[in-house]
Design a protein around this ligand. Structure first.
Ligand code: ADP
Ligand code: ADP
Length: 221
C-alpha cells in the first residue's frame, strides 16, 4: 500500500544540515497496522510526513497504492492526499470555534458533495467513534479522549484507505489512550484501513501488527 525506496531527507538552512532520514526502505502492506518507535529526533515525524505527502524526500521514491507520486503536480498531490489519506495528530488540531460536526465535515469541503451528504457522512463517522451525543459541542467542551475521537472521525469521514497517526495517544492517560487504540484497531480490522502510527508507548505498539524502530534516521529493526 505504501512503498518507500531509499528515502533520504536532509533539512538544510544557511548554517546547518540535518540528515533526518538516512536511506529508509519500507513496505507497508494493505490492511497492515504498523507502528514506528524511536527516541526523540530520530526522524519519526519526518518519515510520517513523507508518507503523508506533507513533506518531500530529498532522495528516493514513494509509491502509494501503486501510484508513483513523484510525477504528480501539487494539485494532483493535494487531491490524492485528500482522497486516500487521513491524519491524526497528538494535539488533535481541531478548530475550536467550530462545532464537532462541522470539524468532522471539513475534509469533505474539498469534494463536490452536497451539504446533506456531508452531514450524513460526518454523523456516521461520529457514530463510529461513539460521539453521536456531542455533535453540537465545541472542542473546548470535550475531554482529551473525546477530542481525539472527533479527530479520528474527521480522519475517517472521507473513507481513506490509509490513516497516518502521529502519537495519537501521547496527550492522554492510559485509559483514554486504550480507548483510542481500540477504535484504531477496530477500524483496521473491520474496514481494512491501513494504519501507520508513531508512538512512544511500547504497550500501544505491542497491539499493532509490526513495529519498526528508528535510530538517527535509520531503521534498526
Ligand atoms: P522525531 O519525530 O523522531 O522526534 P523529527 O522527524 O521531528 O524526529 O526530526 C528528525 C530530525 O530532523 C531532528 O534532528 C530534527 O532536529 C530535524 N528536523 C526536523 N524538522 C526540521 C526542520 N524543519 N528543519 C531542520 N531540521 C529539522
Ligand atoms: P506535536 O507532536 O508537536 O503535537 P503534531 O503531532 O501535532 O505535533 O504534528 C506533527 C507534524 O504534522 C508537524 O510537523 C506539523 O507541522 C504537521 N501538521 C500538524 N497539523 C497539520 C495539518 N493540519 N496539516 C498538515 N500538517 C500538519
Amino acid at each position: 500500500m505504501i512503498r518507500l525506496e531509499n528515502i533520504e531527507k536532509v533539512y538544510r538552512t544557511d548554517t546547518v544540515e540535518t540528515l533526518a532520514i538516512n536511506g529508509i526502505n519500507l513496505h507497508v502492506q494493505k490492511g497492515e497496522f504498523l507502528s514506528i518507535m524511536g527516541p526523540s529526533g530520530c526522524g519519526k515525524s519526518t518519515l510520517l510526513n513523507i508518507m503523508g505527502l506533507l513533506d518531500e524526500p530529498s532522495r528516493g521514491q514513494i509509491k502509494i497504492d501503486n501510484q508513483d507520486i513523484s510525477r504528480y503536480s501539487d494539485k494532483q498531490m493535494a487531491n490524492f492526499r485528500n482522497e486516500k489519506l487521513g491524519f491524526i495528530f497528538q494535539s488533535y488540531h481541531l478548530i475550536n470555534d467550530l462545532q464537532v460536526l462541522d470539524n468532522v465535515e471539513l475534509p469533505l469541503l474539498y469534494r463536490n458533495s452536497s451539504s446533506q451528504s456531508r452531514r450524513a457522512l460526518a454523523t456516521a463517522a461520529l457514530e463510529k467513534v461513539g460521539l453521536s451525543n456531542r455533535t453540537k459541542h465545541f472542542p473546548t467542551q470535550l475531554s482529551g479522549g473525546q477530542r481525539q475521537r472527533v479527530a479520528i472521525a474527521r480522519a475517517i469521514v472521507g473513507q481513506p484507505q490509509i490513516i497516518l497517526a502521529d502519537e495519537p495517544t501521547g496527550n492522554l492517560d492510559s485509559a483514554m489512550g486504550n480507548e483510542i487504540m481500540d477504535i484504531l484497531i477496530n477500524l483496521n480490522k473491520n474496514e481494512g484501513t491501513t494504519i501507520v502510527m508513531v508512538t512512544h508507548d511500547e504497550s500501544m505498539a505491542q497491539k499493532t501488527h509490526r513495529l519498526v524502530r528508528l535510530f538517527d534516521g535509520s531503521q534498526v529493526q
